[in-house]
Design a protein around this ligand. Structure first.
Ligand SMILES: [Zn+2]
Length: 315
């Protein structure tokens, strides 16, 4: 049984596995999913057992993964009768549903979710309220789900990307599932755009197979295999990741591990990004600096909105 969400005892919140991955890789957060208790997201079910009735995680700490990350039952995890997360509560597709992400968030939120640990200092506070207003306010965004369904929004880019990649064989589904980003609403199918068609529309999630990753030690350039045609001429496409961007990234270690492995990998890898659209620029030629040539290029502005990964079956 694959869980779309789980209740985190220490954060007093329901988290997706993508939230958990965020926290694991975040160097500013004291969080290790192997040491954190995750419980059944069904409120009635969770209330029936003590805090030791925990779930386990799959692909929560693997920087590069192929199979969809998720929560799952441990051999001894118990559920109340009728809980949809009980192992004997099989779905029509059975175990094979582990192979795809079927919780499609309807909105990709561009500002990062705040994860607040349930502070033990609260009980020592002289405040007569059991829950100080500031904590309650911060929680309203994410803890108003009174049922056991997964949160409908995500701020983790990997989540919509996993929905797209793992369901690429089901185009009807991708064309039916709605996705909102910023002010725009479209379907998953319409929001993901092959890099060679980037001139069709701005503000989409562009993706393409990586031709090469240029490692300049503290900065990187990702070159795409496919070219963009403009005025009947083909142009290379790339995105640039600056040293400043990487150095200030809170998931810097995990990111460097991933991109360095990708740069030396022989396997087909794909880059997905949101937030910038490569535009035609003139850059000086290496052989003859007097001359320039055209390339479609963009500077990535937010590493949270860029992913390098394998994507079997996507082409
Ligand atoms: Zn349960």
């Amino acid at each position: 049984m694959k869980f779309d969400t789980a209740y985190s005892l220490t954060l007093d919140e329901k988290l997706s596995i993508y939230d958990v991955r965020e926290l694991n890789f975040d160097e500013t957060a004291d969080f290790d999913s192997d040491r954190e208790p995750f419980l059944c997201p069904n409120d009635a079910c969770r209330a029936a057992f003590d805090g030791g009735n925990v779930l386990s995680t799959f692909n929560a700490k693997n920087v590069n993964y192929l199979r969809t990350p998720h929560f799952k039952n441990k051999p001894g995890t118990r559920h109340i009768k009728g809980c949809r997360y009980a192992s004997d509560h099989k779905t029509a597709t059975g175990e094979s549903d582990d192979e795809r992400e079927d919780n499609f968030p309807s909105e990709f939120v561009l500002t990062r979710r705040q994860y607040l640990r349930k502070s033990p200092a609260i009980s020592a506070d002289a405040s007569p309220s059991p829950e100080p207003a500031s904590v309650a306010e911060n929680r309203t965004q994410t803890s108003h789900h009174n049922n056991d369904t997964a949160p409908d929004k995500t701020s983790v880019f990997a989540h919509p990307v996993e929905c797209y990649v793992s369901n690429i064989d089901d185009k009807d589904k991708l064309k039916a599932m709605p996705l909102k980003i910023g002010e725009h609403t479209a379907t998953y199918w319409a929001f993901f755009k092959k890099i060679e068609y980037l001139q069709d529309n701005k503000g989409l999630i562009y993706w393409g197979r990586i031709k090469a990753i240029k490692d300049y030690i503290s900065s990187f350039r990702i070159d795409f295999e496919k070219k963009v045609w403009f005025d009947k001429k083909p142009y290379s496409v790339n995105v640039y990741l600056s040293k400043k961007l990487i150095d200030s990234y809170r998931k810097r270690t995990a990111f460097l591990e991933q991109i360095k492995a990708a740069a030396g990998s022989q396997r087909p890898l794909y880059c997905f990004f949101y937030g910038v659209t490569p535009e035609l620029k003139q850059v000086p030629s290496k052989q003859n600096p007097e001359q320039t040539f055209g390339v479609f290029s963009a500077n990535i502005e937010n590493l949270d909105h860029l992913i390098i990964r394998e994507a079997p079956g996507i082409e």
